[in-house]
Write a new protein. Structure first.
Length: 441
């Protein structure tokens, strides 16, 4: 329950920076917040790392006043957590307006990433419908479409206006020319070359330009030499190499066969009943998922030490969760130490993952656990294995050689559920000959 207490504490403290707040748990001071400005209160709660990356948002119309802070595009998170929307001094959850803020970052941050924001809305209470959820945190505005447009425009304006500060210095005097003059050096006026004998009224003989003279030679570039064999594209596999394969009665394994890879996303191979289509990313998900579970059940996932340890900044609720889960995270291959109150250093990461994949996985695991009503009853093994598998699979998409495609397929059919991914999606489909014939009619 402490995690929920911290969440409520943060939501109230962010609204009233002019009030001093403190939170003590089992004799340990978790928060000691003095009176401050709205910006400083955010930093007090979330950490100093936000000081240089949040920018103010200000807008006022006849029906809504908007003020607060949002993050610059270069600062984004793979998981939600630092997203706070307040209406008339109360924390609220409005997915429609949340989408408005996130859509303002479209094209500025990677897909699947989230900005941090702390935005307050002030609106006439008569324009608010609070009878949406018993907790009153989910509300609805009578003119949501207008607020959506104004909020998006305000955020977009803010990140556009303030993100350039520090990059362009408008107060700096820019020097023109090649450099400073040496002592005693005179300024030379520029010279303009021209033909003094030019007469525009006299006929002149113009020579054809080199471009026109060589125009006929360009056609030769597009002529394919005769009697020269065409070079085969090594990245493609001819359909004649695809041979029917025998299906076992239980369908657990596929015998050696040719494969065709499409856009680094799908594999195609021929079976007796037609053609099998395999989603490469989902196949990797299933393989990695079961590998992680097996390692976890034995002695834990091996950890590889980082030469340059990673720092990760978390909110207070996330920090409490990580401290509780340290022993379990260690079994998953994450060697984590406290660096400061809300900052952790990742000394070791799961074997087989790079630093980026490990950090992304850890942040996603934390997000999933925060959504659990009872963290102690949540099966962290399956949540972690699923998260790490999906992250690792996403980074494994690349052109595959014939033997790599065969190995991937063999590993897939050696798993317990080769047709379903860990998140319940279809991995493969068999397109029968009858279906193909029907498609080509």
């Amino acid at each position: 329950e402490m995690r929920h207490i911290i969440e409520e504490f943060e939501r109230v403290a962010l609204v009233f920076p002019e009030i001093q707040f403190s939170l003590i748990h089992n004799g340990r001071t978790i928060f000691q917040l003095g009176k401050s400005s709205p910006r400083q209160r955010i930093i007090q709660i979330m950490g100093n790392h936000l000081n240089s990356v949040i920018v103010p948002v200000e807008e006022q119309t006849d029906f809504v006043k908007i003020h607060g802070f949002t993050s610059k595009p270069e600062y984004f998170k793979k998981v939600r957590g630092e997203q706070y929307l307040f209406t008339n001094g109360r924390f609220v959850k409005i997915p429609y307006l949340q989408h408005s803020i996130e859509s303002a970052y479209e094209g500025l941050i990677p897909q699947g990433s989230f900005p941090s924001y702390f935005i307050h809305l002030e609106i006439d209470p008569s324009k608010i419908d609070v009878n949406i959820h018993p907790s009153k945190t989910e509300i609805k505005f009578l003119n949501e479409n207008l607020i959506y447009a104004v909020l998006k425009a305000a955020v977009r304006k803010s990140i556009g206006q303030f993100s350039l500060s520090g990059i362009i210095n408008f107060d700096e005097e820019w020097a023109l020319g090649d450099g400073e003059l040496k002592p005693g050096e005179a300024i030379k006026p520029p010279k303009i070359q021209f033909n003094p004998h030019y007469n525009p009224f006299q006929p002149q003989n113009f020579q054809s330009s080199p471009e026109k003279r060589n125009l006929q030679n360009w056609q030769k570039l597009y002529e394919f030499p005769e009697n020269v064999p065409k070079k085969k594209d090594e990245n493609l596999i001819e359909t004649t190499h695809l041979r029917p394969i025998e299906e076992s009665e239980n369908g657990e394994k596929i015998r050696e066969s040719g494969f065709l890879q499409i856009h680094q996303k799908y594999l195609i191979t021929v079976v007796k009943s037609g053609m099998m289509l395999i989603d490469i990313e989902k196949a990797y998900q299933r393989i990695f998922y079961e590998d992680f579970l097996q390692s976890f059940e034995k002695e834990g996932i091996p950890s590889q030490q980082e030469i340059f340890p990673l720092n990760i900044h978390l909110g207070q609720a996330e920090s409490v969760l990580v401290n509780q889960m340290k022993p379990t995270l260690a079994l998953m291959g994450f060697n984590i130490d406290n660096l400061s109150n809300n900052t952790f250093v990742i000394q070791g990461i799961p074997n087989g993952m790079d630093a980026t994949e490990a950090k992304e996985s850890l942040e996603t695991i934390i997000e999933h656990l925060l959504k659990e009503e009872d963290t102690e009853k949540a099966d962290i093994r399956f949540i972690s294995a699923k998260t790490m598998a999906t992250t690792l699979a996403r980074h494994h998409l690349r052109p595959l050689k014939e033997e790599e495609m065969r190995e991937l397929t063999d590993k897939l059919f050696s798993t317990t559920m080769p047709s379903i991914s860990p998140i319940g999606e279809t991995i493969l489909k068999i397109i029968t000959l009858e279906t193909i014939e029907e498609l080509l009619k």
